[in-house]
Design a protein around this ligand. Structure first.
Ligand SMILES: Nc1ncnc2c1ncn2[C@@H]1O[C@H](COP(=O)(O)OP(=O)(O)OP(=O)(O)O)[C@@H](O)[C@H]1O
Length: 347
């Protein structure tokens, strides 16, 4: 379990410094794949780097794998001050909290095998034992045949696989992924996300992913926190956030293009249909035509399929005939897992 309590981080002076993270509290369960998403500058990297104290928070308590890494302590003058574990305890704790990065951070003069051996060398694991484990890990990430290749000879996706193998060398319980797929093309991104999901299931490792791409969250996370201006704007199950993005930040991330009615002429009647997790591709438009004899046009759509369920919104043009429009509206409203609102038009 990762428990963050009232984490704040200010760079520079507390007065006029940058408040990168403001009073963030989160709990991430063992074995979860948890996403932290936000726009550039929202404080994602800073927050995730607080989890392993690569960044020391200004205040707040951090507990990882049952161990308090920072905590607040009352002083004689009544003020609270932050305490941290000793450097030696932190080194031990970090073995169980690995991290991968957007830029892979591989050692370019070392072969893939030696890169994976590196954390084991630091821990004093005998060479033969380290090499045996490194080969197993390279096999696990599908790159055994690249053991003696150098990072420069690998593609971006392969480099990230080596970085993942290296991150697993200390048998971590937590894997922090800082924009780990942002430098990769969509196909490679998907293969790395599939690998992370597989490792989560096989090894039970807790995965924390920070990203600015909702598609990454959608692909593998079960829960997500949305950071906005250093604060948690929203937190919850991915499908709930997709169904009902309650904050402006969530709406901008979930539906960046939005579905706007403003581009259509005044007087047009339309209905905004929100899909709240029913079976995907329920043939709403077709059944409107067949069961009600009403034809509607799709003006815009921004829908997503998450685990076989439909989320998102669709803007439908209602027929000019008021009776037909009423019929269509009442049919749409009678459908399960759908909400419908008539859209107001402005000239
Ligand atoms: N070392 C630093 N010194 C001063 N300010 C910093 C430092 N690191 C981050 N910041 C500031 O803290 C804020 C949050 O930055 P952070 O990198 O955590 O955001 P982010 O959400 O990860 O952004 P991005 O997606 O662009 O990486 C930004 O305003 C940034 O300029």
């Amino acid at each position: 379990m990762i428990k963050l309590e009232h984490i704040s981080k200010t760079f520079g002076d507390t007065g006029d410094g940058v408040h990168a993270v403001k009073d963030v509290s989160l709990e991430i369960g063992d074995g979860e794949i948890f996403g932290i998403i936000g726009f550039s500058g929202a404080g994602k990297s800073t927050l995730v780097r607080c989890i392993n104290l690569l960044e020391r928070p200004t205040s707040g308590s951090i507990t990882v794998n049952g161990q308090k890494l920072t905590w607040m302590e009352k002083q004689a003058d009544g003020k609270s001050c932050m305490r941290t574990v000793s450097p030696q305890e932190l080194r031990q704790a970090r073995k169980k909290i690995s991290m991968i990065f957007q830029g892979f951070n591989l050692l370019m003069q070392r072969t893939c095998l030696k890169n994976v051996c590196f954390p084991m060398e630091l821990s004093g694991v005998p060479k033969a034992q380290a090499e045996k484990k490194a080969l197993e890990l390279l096999d696990l990430v599908g790159l055994k045949e690249k053991a003696s290749a150098y990072p420069a000879q690998l593609s971006g996706g392969q480099k990230q696989r080596v970085a993942i193998a290296r991150a697993l060398a200390t048998d971590p319980k937590v894997l922090l992924c800082d924009e780990a797929t942002s430098a990769l093309d969509p196909t490679t991104t998907n293969s790395i996300l599939a690998l992370l999901k597989e490792l989560n299931q096989k090894l039970g490792v807790t995965v924390v992913i920070i990203t600015h791409q909702m598609s990454v969250i959608e692909e593998i996370c079960t829960r997500v926190a949305i950071l906005d201006g250093g604060e948690v704007a929203e937190e919850g199950r991915v499908e709930d956030i997709f169904a009902h993005p309650a904050t402006d930040a969530a709406r901008r991330l979930v539906y960046p293009g939005g579905v706007s009615a403003k581009q259509y002429p005044a007087g047009t009647r339309a209905v905004r249909v929100s899909f709240n997790g029913g079976t995907v591709y329920d043939p709403l438009i077709a059944s409107l035509a067949i069961e009600c004899g009403v034809k509607v046009n799709i003006l815009g759509a921004d829908t997503r399929n998450i685990d076989g369920k439909a989320f998102g919104t669709m803007l439908l043009l209602l027929p000019d005939d008021p009776n037909e429009a009423a019929k269509a509206l009442s049919y749409i409203r009678s459908q399960p897992n759908i909400t419908a609102e008539e859209v107001e038009y402005h000239a």
